[in-house]
Design a protein around this ligand. Structure first.
Ligand SMILES: Nc1nc2c(c(=O)[nH]1)N[C@H]1C(S)=C(S)[C@@H](COP(=O)(O)O)O[C@H]1N2
Ligand SMILES: [Mo]
Length: 263
């Protein structure tokens, strides 16, 4: 959350009129031209700045921002074009070595046992199937060279290979009309994505990095790669997937990162 100036008093007018501000903004965005404008300005921080809001610990302001953040997710969801592809790159542009990042040090990367590993699919999915690694490797594989963008200020190009997530979800009997797909990881990290992104053609359940079995630091046994989303949405070490209509949040999202987290 962008804290502009903690010493300034919260804008009492804005905080007490949060509902009508949100309603006005929503009406403003009904026409397509306005939506385009929204694409440029409607970041959580941008919206807060536009409204001249001075963020503070004040509870009502916090509530307003929470609403704005949800509103922003909604708008981003509307703007998401399932047919728009993220750029791909030539092999020569792969970043070497590809950076490691997690909410802990590289020495604490989880060690997942390949033989006993089962990927659990639960929630709104028929059969609640569990997949062994070999079964996932036997499905048709695709690969992509795309850019991973981390909110902490770095980006890198890498090559990932694996199963198209939309076909995986179909084969798992997932309800594709559900709102969310939650990703639970071996390191207690979790995140969740919107169904249109889950079904995007470039969203891959990756099992390899640069042609090799995905190494532990990059998320063994699997990382969900979405070049349309920021790094923190790209869950590593996935052990369970839940299809749901209840907002699942995420490790960073619950600490203020934008939930939609993508384009
Ligand atoms: N399980 C898990 N997945 C995670 C994270 C994490 O800490 N744990 N960090 C996220 C963040 S913020 C980034 S930038 C990428 C880093 O992936 P990399 O180590 O392959 O570069 O993983 C994402 N997925
Ligand atoms: Mo990140």
């Amino acid at each position: 959350m962008p804290i502009r100036n903690r010493s300034q008093r919260p804008n009492a007018f804005l905080s007490s009129h949060a509902d009508s501000i949100i309603k006005d903004a929503r009406n403003e965005l009904r026409s397509p031209a306005r939506r385009l404008l929204g694409k440029k300005i409607l970041t959580v921080g941008g919206l807060a700045m536009l409204s001249g809001c001075d963020l503070s610990n004040d509870k009502s302001v916090d509530t307003m921002l929470r609403k704005m953040s949800f509103f922003n997710d909604h708008v981003q969801g509307l703007l998401f074009d399932p047919n728009e592809m993220a750029p791909t790159y030539p092999e020569s542009m792969i970043t070497k070595p590809f950076p490691f990042n997690a909410f802990y040090d590289i020495d604490d990367v989880p060690d997942v046992d390949a033989a006993s590993f089962r990927l659990q699919v639960g929630g709104l999915a028929k059969g609640k199937r569990a997949w062994a690694l070999e079964e996932l490797r036997a499905l048709p594989q695709e690969s992509q060279i795309t850019r991973h963008i981390c909110i902490e200020g770095w980006s890198a190009i890498g090559r990932w290979g694996g199963v198209r997530f939309s076909s995986f979800l179909r084969q798992s009997g997932a309800d594709l009309t559900a709102k969310y797909v939650a990703l639970h990881c071996a390191d207690k990290y979790w995140t969740s994505i919107d169904m249109p992104t889950a079904l995007h053609a470039q969203t891959l359940l990756t099992l390899t990095y640069d042609g090799q079995v995905l190494p532990p630091k990059y998320g063994f046994p699997m990382k969900l790669r979405m070049p349309t989303k920021l790094g923190y949405k790209n869950a590593k070490h996935i052990v369970a997937i839940t299809v749901t209509n209840e907002y699942p949040g995420g490790y960073w999202e619950n600490q203020g990162y934008n939930w939609f987290g993508g384009s």
